[in-house]
Each structure stands twice: as structure tokens, then as C-alpha cells.
Design a protein around this ligand. Sequence first.
Ligand code: KIV
Length: 276
Amino acid sequence: MEGNVALNPTRKKITAPAIRAAKAAGRRLVALTAADFITARLLDEAGIEIILVGDSLGTTYLGHESTVFVRMADMIHHAAAVARTKPSALVVVDLPFGAYQESPAQAVRNATRLVRAGGAEAVKLEGGAEYADRVRAIVEAGIPVMAHLGLLPQSVLREGGYKIRGRTSEEAVRLEADLRAVEEAGAFAVVLEYVASATARRLTERAVIPTIGIGSGPGCDGQVLVTSDLLGLQAWLAPRAARRYAELGATMRKAFARFAADVRRGKFPGRKETLA
Ligand code: KIV
């Protein structure tokens, strides 16, 4: 058993400053989500630079209706499994809803828990100017912060749904002010979720830190997807912003049905799978 050792000790550890520096070097960044050991290991083997333990794990793996139900305990549990792979990739973990809204002190306390108990190497939080003081406090405490602007899934109750941001000039101006605020507060990168592509491109041109887009067009410095969308695991969902690179949901369902049929017909286990 190979166990729990660093996958590829020769591959350099990717840090938050290295991600920040990628923009100046003109290197496009690649990020994908993971919530478990196996996926994180495969992402690292594939050379993905950022493994995001996103709170989307609440709607994908935990079956919640929205991410507002995700708790710190969930994030720590899943982040720790990802961190146990000791990846070269940077492990970024979401601060869930309710973990930073109260105050900068609460934000620092929970970011520290994600680092100590969850193995996070950076945290992500949703919001712009209104949460810049949280970004600053966490960074001052020694923890890198990835910001998240545009569609903010944790604000679904207030917004009444999920819609594209930055389509009007007022929204574009507000997004730029938010970007400035999180940059000045010390964020090392920013996710732009479902931002109108022309606005996302303009924000990217004006940003000092790299923008990582999801549903925000090709003008961003990098791209992130929810891994289960890319793999087609939830065959019943087809987010427009995702491209399916596999149909693992269908493959898994077929494999389960074949196993069930073999067991029912007495074909499993066979001689090969029967131990002595
Ligand atoms: O929770 C998540 O997976 C995310 C991505 C959609 C960026 O925040």
C-alpha cells in the first residue's frame, strides 16, 4: 500500500503567492472542486493547480437544496480528507454560510479552524466590499484568502434565486468596486461566478490578482468547475456553464446494475473472486 504519502515529491508545492504570480506570468490557472480523498488524488495526478473544497459539496454530495445548510463541521470533514492526499495543488476551502458574516473575529476564528482541523492552505469567502474587513483580518492572521464575486450562492435567500451578474452598467461598476475592495484587503485571487462575459473580461484586465471564472466566459485568468458537473455524475443536472468531459453517472449506474444482475444470477463471486 502506498498509503498517505505525498503523491509526487518532485512536483513543486503550489502556494497562494505562486497562484497570484501566475497572472503576471500570463499562465492560465486551472481549478476543480473535490470533497474526498480519491478525487483530490486524481486531480493532483492530473496536474490541477487549485483543489477547491467548495461548499457546493452541500448540494452535490450532501443533498442539500442550497449551500446555506453547509456547516463548518462538514467543511472540516471533507477538507481533511482532501488534505490527507498531501497534494502539490493548493488546497482552498470555503468558509460556509454563517462562518464569517458576524464579524472579522468570527471569520478569523473559523478560517483558523479550517487550516488547523481541515488542512486548508487558503480559504474562500463570498462577497465584496461588505466583507473586505473579513478578508483583511484573515490575511493579517496569516491565512491567504480567495475572494468570490458575482453570483453568490450563499445569498440565495436574499436574492431569491441564482442569476447572472454584471449585465447592467450599475452592476458592472459595483463589481469593479468590490474587486478593488477585496484586492486592497489582500485577497490573492478571486472567483467570478456567472458574471456577464464582457464584464468579466474587463474586470480581469483591470485586476491585479488573477480572476478564476465559472460561467463568466473565456476572458478570465483561469477557470474552475464543480468536478461532479465535469464528470457527468449527476446525470439529471446540466449546468450551462459546465462542459461534460465524461458520463460517469451513466457508467456507474450501469456498473451497479451489472453487479446486481451477477449477484442475482449467482455469477458473483466467481472462482477468481473466491478466496481459498
Ligand atoms: O462551492 C464551490 O464549488 C464554488 C465554485 C462554484 C467556485 O464556490
